[in-house]
Design a binder for this molecule. Sequence first.
Ligand SMILES: [Zn+2]
Length: 394
Amino acid sequence: MEGTSLFSLPEGMQVSHIQITENSIVVEIVATSPTSRCPLCSEASESIHCHYRRVLRDVPCSGRRVQLFLTVRKFYCRNPLCQRKVFAERIPTFMEPLARMTIRYCQQITSIGLVTCGKGGAKLAARLGMQTTRQTILRRIMDLPELPPGSILYLGIDDFSFRRGYRFGTILVNLESRRVVDLLPDREADSSAAWMRQHPDLMAVSRDRGGEYASVTIWSRLASGLFPTILSSQIGQELNMSYHHCKLIASGVARLHGDLLLVHQSYPGDPLPSWGLPGGQVEPGEELLAGLQRELLEETGLTLVGTPNIVFVLQVLRETEEGIQEWLACHFACEVAGQISPQDPDGLVLSAHWVEEQAALEHLGTDPGYDCEPLRRWLCGEAASGTVYTVKVK
Ligand SMILES: [Zn+2]
């Protein structure tokens, strides 16, 4: 039957019947090779013990789900020295023993998982004619062979539900390789913190959430002064410091026609002036946005237009002799108006400029104290607004 080549079946398998409905195709397949090799002693046998059926999911065909009803056989092993008396025939390039889907189907599910990082993967698969669940996709990614041992530098954290809206766990993703590295059975901060303590190389942790939701959450937490410091790593639990113990910094990310607003500043003791985003420390009692407005005016002479949106938060943890210092650098996308004319009362800002974004990132990258990866990710749309990064500085 010509269906055999249509479905690209391996040698020794033949289509005997095809039944097509609106959404699915059921393909009856028989194994035809006269002999099969014993998996234990490799001797070929032609003595058939029995026939049995296997049902396998296969890759979709013209948008329809495909199910294979496979008639395969068990053979007697006639090698008197072999311990195996009966064995099932194997088609190693096509299906694993006991599997309920073909190898090519598994590979497609894995690819969908890797491209979508698990999010929306089940929906995409359904659109492509593949029935699967988020759990299966995650399991496929988890089953991939381990990467060569290396450290995880950038970790993404999100939660997922084992059953829709019922029980939640935490998914941990290596942001560089885009691979799931672990699943935790709950979404408690302690579990994530314990995991992170075992990964001392972690440089930054990001919590990606949907745009609006994230802004609202972070904004309301910041506004209520209850910013959680759960995303620490090694130093984890010692970090139950309150809002008042950390330095709050407001930074402006102002873009105009592909340029980014930067200030050129000279700190006492620094051999050369450095580049930075406009912004600075919010004073005690001052509101975050008021601090941003004030710093922007002092450093650039420009004023804010409308309400700025939070784009990401950089939580910087610095280990000092006195203990752990924490900075929360809140970055806001803002629109500005006016003429550039810095009037910095501290006299640190030399000038302010609109700099082409790529060049701006390079300028910012020359400051060893500033990690510009989160900014880069946001500018090129790789990270959702509202992402929180934790950076450790020794
Ligand atoms: Zn054998």
